[in-house]
Design a binder for this molecule. Structure first.
Ligand code: SAM
Length: 296
């Protein structure tokens, strides 16, 4: 049970507790635990959880963020893949009645269904996570597929992934993840985190970013087409937009050029120079043309 002396940011204590449960950090599950109270407090402060709000924490691990969140407001649902760690955490955090620990795979989670199951209807849910690196991009695509159903997300990533999420057109790492991130949210870089504040120490540095939802500008059908266009364009990022689009749409290149011109985009433009507003505008034009031609 958690008592005043339990310190989840002390490697010695964490090691002792884990060995009590017969556990060791599993590299394959991205288990690098935060051992710096200051960073933990900065992440939790950025989440700014208010009474009446809730938090979904993905990958609570040994509970560094969970325990700090538990000292604040709101209900907390912690979703951990490692059943041994989930069991440990459940017992350690039992005195905190606002914390629920469940074992499961975030890559398979339906976030709205989880919120409906564990929180009162209409509760704003904030996502907080020090994400296991090996799932971070896949998980972000899943969150965007589910239309970013969070009031805010404060997330730690491997630095390069954070850069990709927040990259602007023309910058290194700008790709489909950046475009979709910008479609569903507004992002802010918060701070860098050195690899030295983790146990065991990872090979890479990290960064924390904050995302807040953006209202959708496209209809659900248009949005589905946006995904196809964005993914299709960046799969062949060396190709011009005209060539990539001609792989997606079975129309004459002349027609495609005209439609691109309607969106004020030159056919030879490469996808990495296109902003989300341009992708959205182009999507609407292509969608309307497609519908006008009864090609659904
Ligand atoms: N939040 C803790 C911290 O900051 O110290 C632990 C972070 S550690 C980088 C990532 C955690 O995510 C690990 O506890 C790992 O077991 C868990 N995890 C890995 N894959 C997961 C998945 N697919 N779904 C949920 N949790 C996962």
């Amino acid at each position: 049970m958690m008592n005043a002396s339990y310190n989840p940011t002390s490697p010695r204590e964490v090691m002792a507790l884990m060995s009590q449960y017969g556990l060791k950090p599993q590299k394959g599950l991205g288990q690098n635990f935060l051992i710096d109270r200051n960073i933990v407090q900065k992440i939790v402060a950025a989440a700014a959880v208010e009474p009446g709000e809730a938090v979904l924490e993905i990958g609570p691990g040994i509970g560094a963020l969970t325990a700090e969140l538990a000292r604040g407001d709101g209900q907390i649902l912690a979703l951990e893949l490692d059943q041994g760690l989930a069991r440990l955490l459940e017992e350690v955090l039992r005195p905190f009645t606002r914390v629920t620990v469940i074992s499961g795979d975030a890559l398979k989670a339906d976030f709205l269904a989880l919120a409906n199951k564990y929180f009162p209807p209409g509760t704003p849910v904030k996502l907080v996570s020090n994400l296991p690196y090996y799932i971070s991009s896949t998980l972000m695509y899943r969150i965007f597929e589910q239309k970013f159903p969070f009031a805010r997300a404060v997330l730690m990533f491997q630095k390069e992934v954070a850069q990709r999420l927040l990259a602007e057109p023309g910058e290194a790492g700008y790709g489909s993840l950046s475009v979709l991130c910008r479609y569903y949210s507004s992002g802010t870089f918060l701070f860098n985190v050195s690899k030295q504040v983790f146990w065991p120490r990872p090979e890479v540095d990290s960064a924390v970013i904050m995302l807040v939802p953006r209202p959708p500008v496209l209809s659900p059908d248009e949005e589905a087409l946006l995904w196809r266009i964005v993914k299709g364009s960046f799969q062949q990022r060396r190709k011009t937009l005209l060539n990539s689009l001609s792989k997606i749409f079975p129309w004459d290149k002349e027609i495609l050029s005209t439609l691109l011109a309607q969106a004020a985009i030159k056919p030879a433009t490469r996808p990495e120079l296109l902003s989300i507003d341009q992708f959205a505008k182009l999507t609407r034009i292509l969608y309307n043309y497609k519908r006008g031609n009864n090609r659904f």
